[in-house]
Design a protein around this ligand. Structure first.
Ligand SMILES: *[C@@H]1O[C@H](CO)[C@@H](O)[C@H](O)[C@H]1NC(C)=O
Ligand SMILES: *[C@@H]1O[C@H](CO)[C@@H](O)[C@H](O)[C@H]1NC(C)=O
Length: 496
């Protein structure tokens, strides 16, 4: 079972912890290794994004920004319940926890993670996590959090390129000769530190730790431009990895990559003394992402489409502000875009891959919009966690993304590449199917469809046939309220 530690928490929590522990073991015993990701026979692949759970100590952790009358009964366990219901209702193929999964008040990071990720593990669903800016605030640093998460059942979380689990990645002291002078620096080296299954080139597996003696000793965070003095590129941070999704069995893309997800560590806080607040996705991470993209693009043979790329990370890039100005937006913006105050060029790096169509973040809990900028969709999930700050009367929510090839790709000569990317949000508001409103359903990207210029919601969608825009299994589009009033409407219906 790995490094599960005994809980220091009170007795109701102990019981829950024990139950969660048993369910983890059960999941381990029954599910075994995670299957490779692939589209379903109906040509779809669905991703549920859970943003900002801010999970701490279960029943002992109160909720934030809820109506007063809920206070007596609301805790982290309501977040657990919401995530369980989302999984049951959406039946996703992959769950992405997009950071700030746990936070500062956690008495035990391992216990918090066990509880926070339990709904995915219990449901036997593959899941992947990235770090936010709060995950290291309990008793594990950023490396420790990702290392633990990467060892849990059903997870596809990896430490970093070439270093998938903690034991792959060893601290070493590098000795370099620069202009005849000996220089020594601490870093972490992958077991092989050569080209790996992931990468055509070698990367240092990561740098330092974010706190404790390792951080103090390592010059880690002072890396210049993603390069160590030894001139091997360094992938900054922890939990940078990619996941490929193959086409359905029996389709033309059965053994080809139809979609790729890039998951990145957007850091916590700036390491430059005069630059305020949040960190940014660094050059080494960008180089790594582009090298993976180049490798995937090189595999595309004439006449085929390139795989569709999606990126998931925690802190928005500054371009989210521009996306809100687009005419093709859905959702709401109720707080500023809390990106880094400088632009590290990650948005441009995504464009340069030429196959990333959309990116998804959390961090700003009461923004949940998707907007277009330079042909890319930039989307917030909106906060899922009850302990995380929110807005009274504005339901907690989660974002769903559906990649769709269309039906009939199995056993046919039909092109089995992704043709559409859909998204919508589910609200914990007691309304709609399974008690969770389904709002802002939209086409984020469609092959040959202009999603930048004007509205692309299911209602309008220019240049696309209405028939093709009808989502299978969702018959209530016409009933969906839209615009800002939707929120108050949904809350009003809760009636509590
Ligand atoms: C939280 O969970 C409790 C116990 O199931 C329930 O009574 C309460 O209504 C929930 N609160 C919210 C806001 O969902
Ligand atoms: C670096 O130099 C130190 C001191 O000379 C030595 O102990 C260490 O093994 C060297 N490390 C590497 C990776 O060569």
């Amino acid at each position: 079972m790995g490094p599960l530690k005994s809980s220091r928490w009170g007795s109701p929590w102990r019981v829950l912890h024990a139950v969660l522990f048993l369910s983890l073991c059960f999941a381990l015993a029954t599910s075994g290794a995670v299957q490779a990701l692939r589209f379903r026979a109906d040509g779809t692949f669905k991703i549920l994004q859970i943003a900002d759970m801010h999970y701490e100590n279960g029943e002992q952790t109160p909720c934030s920004d809820i109506p007063e009358s809920w206070e007596a009964t609301c805790s982290d366990l309501n977040t657990t319940s919401f995530v369980q219901r989302l999984i049951a209702s959406e039946d996703p193929d992959l769950i992405v926890f997009s950071g700030d999964n746990i936070m500062s008040g956690s008495l035990d990071a391992v216990a918090s993670m066990n509880a926070a990720f339990a709904p995915a593990i219990d449901a036997g669903k593959p899941w992947a996590a990235v770090l936010g800016n709060h995950d290291q605030e309990a008793d594990l640093d950023r490396l420790g959090v990702i290392a633990y998460a990467s060892g849990l059942p059903m997870t596809l979380t990896k430490l970093n390129p070439g270093c998938h689990v903690a034991s792959d990645c060893k601290p070493v002291k590098g000795n370099f000769s620069i202009n005849g002078r000996q220089v020594s620096q601490d870093f972490r080296q992958c077991v092989s530190d050569g080209p790996s299954e992931d990468l055509p080139v070698a990367f240092r597996c990561g740098v330092g730790a974010s706190k404790g003696p390792a951080a103090a000793a390592g010059a880690a965070e002072q890396q210049v431009g993603g390069v160590s003095p030894g001139l091997l590129p360094v992938v900054e941070g922890w939990g940078n990895y990619h996941l490929v999704v193959n086409g359905p069995l029996g389709s033309k893309s059965e053994s080809r990559v139809a979609a790729v997800l890039y998951l990145l560590d957007s850091g916590d806080y700036t390491k430059l003394p005069d630059i305020g607040k949040y960190d940014w996705i660094r050059p080494g991470q960008q180089l790594w992402m582009k090298s993976v993209a180049a490798q995937l693009m090189a595999l595309v043979v004439d006449g085929e489409d390139a795989p569709i790329g999606l990126a998931y990370f925690h802190i928005p890039v500054p371009e989210f502000e521009r996306a809100w100005e687009s005419s093709a937006k859905t959702g709401v913006k109720q707080e500023v875009v809390s990106s880094a105050v400088v632009n590290s060029g990650f948005f441009t790096a995504m464009l340069e891959t030429q196959h990333i169509k959309a990116s998804f973040v959390g961090h700003d809990h009461i923004n949940d919009y998707c907007g277009s900028f330079r042909g890319m969709k930039l989307c917030y999930a909106g906060g899922t966690g009850y302990h995380a700050y929110g807005k009274v009367g504005w339901p907690r929510r989660a974002r769903v993304v559906l990649l769709r090839m269309g039906e009939g790709v199995v056993g046919s000569e039909r092109n089995s590449q992704v043709e559409e990317i859909w998204s919508w949000k589910r609200l914990d508001d007691g309304v709609g199917h399974d008690g969770m409103s389904d709002i802002d359903r939209e086409l984020l990207w469609g092959k040959g469809v202009d999603v930048e210029g004007s509205g692309t919601s299911a209602e309008s969608g220019p240049g696309t046939e209405q028939d093709e825009l009808d989502m299978p299994g969702y018959d209530n589009a016409g009933d969906m309220p839209d615009g800002p009033n939707e929120e108050m409407h949904a809350v009003g219906s809760l009636g509590s």
